[in-house]
Design a protein around this ligand. Structure first.
Ligand code: ZN
Ligand code: ZN
Ligand code: ZN
Length: 375
């Protein structure tokens, strides 16, 4: 991920997000939030440094204080271009100065801070050293809901990313599969996602035949054959917001068993989707999908959680997994993606991004979930 997020948000939007984050931090008993380059910083400011280096860049958000971006002097002009940074106080530092001492001077010197999960360990160690009276916790653990609930403008962007992924599927189902390598079909997926407006392609899984039994199969040189099931799972970012969808296609006529397993996964996906309602704990989505597969005797072949959140990244909280009791809230977006993986034989996964509405779930992917036959 490089460059600024092109999402159409204004300085006011970012200021409102920073205010909400600071209040949430106070409610969680934190003295503040320390936000390193990555998805939280993008969401709060629209700023992505062109390169994340050993030089400290850190947004300091403390309740009752104006936000400050600690930034290397040589990056400051670029940072100031980001819509959410333009109105911020910048605290720039030059090589040879101690950025941890500079950050320490901005903080009260004591208390518990939430720090971005992806902050470098060396930066956290530097802060701990400069501020012996502080302690730190994962920002995601402390504020799992910070980015989870999308507003109307974000939902429009999520829907547009989903529509672009759907358009990609409608075109990929028309390309030849038999006789081509997985890597060639993956290159088609990547090209199509970009043609449909994605600026980032995160993954293009093409898992044919026995490779389909590995949920995160790396695309390889295997030549796709007639008779193969092929799991396609692709996504990335369009205008700063994520897409992620899976469909499983078959090259030529499937066997009865292949049809049966595909139908089963489709029913499980439908059951997971139908479980989506405000107030329902995340784990109920997993349970609903898993019960369908378990009841048919395939429970041991569904080897991952049912879903994950999505937003300015393609994998984030909340997770649709047993044990996650966080209640669903309108505006949350996540995948519902059950699968069955038969080792050495084939796999099936069907995945849509779903958002929670007042009345239930709304799919942001809606290409057919029936098995598509390709050539
Ligand atoms: Zn087959
Ligand atoms: Zn996926
Ligand atoms: Zn996914």
């Amino acid at each position: 991920m490089t460059g600024r997020t092109p999402a159409p948000f204004t300085a006011d939007d970012y200021r409102a997000r920073m205010g909400r984050a600071a209040r949430a931090a106070a409610d969680a008993g934190l003295a503040g939030l320390l936000v390193a380059p990555g998805p939280d910083l993008v969401w709060l400011t629209g700023y992505t440094p062109t390169a994340v280096t050993e030089r400290l860049t850190l947004l300091v958000l403390a309740p009752g204080q104006d936000p400050v971006l600690v930034v290397p002097a040589l990056e400051a002009p670029d940072a100031a271009q980001a819509p959410g940074v333009a109105a911020l106080a910048l605290h720039d530092w030059t090589d040879g100065k101690d950025p941890y001492a500079a950050t320490a001077a901005l903080l009260d010197g004591a208390g518990r801070f939430g720090i971005s999960d992806n902050a470098w360990a060396m930066h956290l160690l530097g802060l701990q050293n400069a501020l012996p009276g502080t302690s730190y916790t994962s920002l995601t653990d402390a504020l799992p809901m910070l980015r989870a609930v999308k507003d109307a403008a974000e939902l429009d962007l999520m829907a547009a990313a989903g529509a672009a992924a759907d358009a990609t599927f409608e075109e990929i189902r028309e390309v030849p599969f038999a006789g081509r390598r997985e890597s060639e079909v993956a290159a088609d997926l990547s090209r199509l996602l970009r043609e449909h407006g994605h600026e980032v392609v995160d993954f293009t899984i093409v898992a044919s035949g026995p490779n389909g039994a590995n949920p995160h199969h790396e695309v390889g040189d295997r030549v796709i054959e007639r008779g193969d099931m092929v799991v396609l799972d692709f996504g990335g970012l369009k205008d700063g917001y994520g897409s992620d969808t899976s469909r499983t296609v078959h090259v030529g006529e499937p066997t009865d068993e292949e049809r049966r397993v595909h139908d089963l996964v489709r029913e499980a996906q439908e059951a997971g989707f139908r479980a989506v309602r405000p107030g329902v704990p995340c784990q109920e989505v997993d349970r609903a999908a898993r019960a369908v597969i378990a009841d048919a005797g395939y429970g041991t072949y569904f080897i991952h959680r049912t879903g994950h959140g999505i937003g300015v990244t393609t994998h984030e909280p909340p997770y649709m997994i047993e044990g996650e009791e966080l209640p669903l809230v309108p505006g949350m977006c996540f995948s519902v993606e059950p699968g069955v993986y038969l080792p050495g034989r084939f796999g099936v996964r069907i995945e849509d991004i779903v958002t929670v509405t007042e009345d239930g779930g709304r799919r942001l992917n809606d290409t057919t979930r029936e098995m598509v036959i390709v050539d």
